[in-house]
Design a protein around this ligand. Structure first.
Ligand SMILES: Cc1cc2nc3c(=O)[nH]c(=O)nc-3n(C[C@H](O)[C@H](O)[C@H](O)COP(=O)(O)OP(=O)(O)OC[C@H]3O[C@@H](n4cnc5c(N)ncnc54)[C@H](O)[C@@H]3O)c2cc1C
Length: 411
């Protein structure tokens, strides 16, 4: 009988791709040991960030540790997800380098962790390529970012005199920009009332470089999104790139400038910087790692890249969009491929996942589009909540998933 040595799979990143991959590999405790390394120790559910921006109306600066957030499904402890999975070890650490020649990753404190198979799933980061952007703009990549934006908007309302205008500018008309714009637009009248400001003093503006919003979505979806945001009073500036950011204004390529009190940047995203630290990996658009049909990196047969950090061709020649749905399907595929390859079994290449679209656009209104079906109004908003529940049920036991979904978590 052939006895096979247990292999060690190291996964960097406990996001959508990394968690899915580790959960699927946890089903093979006899063959594989898994080490999941994450910087934060919690798993982030980005799709509900937009709710955090407007949550907890009331006094300024609610202490964060006391903040039970509406819809605070945004951060889940990795330890809760992997409770009872004997072959998965969690390591809290910041991976700063990958050494393919030594089959090891290096953490910020100098520790090295060896691997037989590596899965890189560290996601993406905001691209602050425009001069002045980094110091003046808020990004929306973590629960802390969302809460900081919330407090900053609240503060502007408290600071401004009644006759002064308030301008909230969102750079980027992609999914997160449009979601945030819709949610803030619905929130503003309430906030104005709380601060004794005249309603209509504040305005939300989206600045988009393309001639349309949500360029990766179907035409029906794009048109409806634009109509809804305009109906909520959101101003949209199309076909205009931001070329510079000053203290209180952004400069556009057209030569015009837009004043702002709050600037939220959702426009540019690029691969996590770790992509550049893997010697021998080829990089493409947004510094994403080019992967082969099995999601492996370059010439390395034992390194996979999945999720936002991977550059993977989808339908036609376009790269797959940076979406949680894509990341989950790639994490699942990597687990499948790792297990098959380990047993020298025939492995099918990765088949891209065709994304379905749901976007909440202020209050209990959303749009949904999947396989030719389109819905708008309250029902898709409920559907979005159902999608969240289904996701939590896929990573947590039923009772825990329901509790998180219904009651949120304390941050
Ligand atoms: C505001 C917002 C809303 C979104 N809404 C949706 C939506 O509704 N639907 C949808 O499909 N997609 C949505 N997305 C996109 C989706 O969140 C991403 O595509 C998805 O998170 C990518 O998954 P990932 O596993 O590649 O990376 P992530 O989920 O970002 O996970 C990366 C993980 O790596 C860890 N990490 C990073 N660097 C290191 C390091 N050096 N060492 C160790 N660990 C590290 C991080 O802590 C993190 O846990 C949204 C994104 C944003 C920003």
């Amino acid at each position: 009988m052939k006895i096979m040595k247990k292999k060690r799979v190291v996964i960097i990143g406990g996001g959508f791709a990394g968690v899915q991959c580790a959960l699927d590999l946890a089903r093979h405790p006899v063959d594989l040991d898994v080490i999941l390394i994450d910087r934060d120790g919690y798993h982030t559910y980005h799709a509900d960030f937009y709710k955090l921006i407007t949550s907890g109306h009331g006094p300024l600066h609610i202490p964060r540790e006391k903040f039970r957030l509406a819809f605070s499904t945004v951060a889940l402890e990795l330890a809760e997800i992997f409770e009872g999975k004997p072959n998965v070890e969690l390591v809290r650490g910041d991976v700063v380098a990958v050494h393919p020649s030594a089959n090891a990753v290096e953490l910020a404190d100098g520790e090295r962790i060896a691997y037989d198979i590596l899965v890189v799933a560290t996601g993406s980061v905001t691209n602050f390529s425009v001069p002045g952007l980094r110091t003046r703009a808020f990004e929306l990549k973590s629960p802390e970012d969302a809460l900081t934006i919330r407090n900053a908007i609240d503060e502007v309302f408290a600071r401004k005199a009644k006759h002064e205008k308030i301008s909230i500018v969102i750079g980027g008309g992609g999914f997160s920009g449009c979601e945030a714009a819709g949610e803030i637009a619905v929130w503003l009248p309430k906030l104005a009332r709380e601060h004794g400001q005249p309603a209509g003093n504040a305005e939300v503006t989206i600045v988009e470089g393309a001639p349309q919003l949500l360029m990766s979505a179907p035409a029906w979806f794009r048109k409806k999104t634009e109509a809804r945001l305009l109906a909520l009073g959101v101003r949209i500036i199309f076909s205009n790139f931001v070329v510079g950011v000053r203290d209180d204004a952004i400069d556009l390529k057209s030569g015009n400038a837009v004043l702002f009190d709050i600037l939220i940047w959702t426009a540019g995203v690029r691969a996590h910087l770790l992509a550049e630290k893997i010697t021998g990996a080829a990089l493409a658009k947004g510094s994403c790692i080019v992967v082969d049909p099995y999601l492996r990196v370059g010439n390395f047969k034992n390194i996979f890249a999945v999720g936002d950090i991977a550059f993977c061709k989808g339908f036609g020649d376009k790269p797959l969009p940076m979406l949680a749905q894509t990341a989950i399907s790639q994490g699942r595929y990597a687990a499948y491929a790792i297990h098959r390859l380990f047993h020298d079994r025939k492995t099918f290449p990765y088949h891209p996942y065709r994304p379905q679209f749901i976007i909440p656009l202020g209050g209990r209104y959303a749009l949904a589009y999947a396989r030719g079906f389109s819905l708008e109004g309250w029902l898709p908003w409920v559907l979005k909540r159902a999608v969240a529940l289904r996701y939590f049920m896929s990573i947590l036991p039923f009772g825990k998933a329901l509790r998180v979904w219904l009651r949120g978590v304390r941050i």
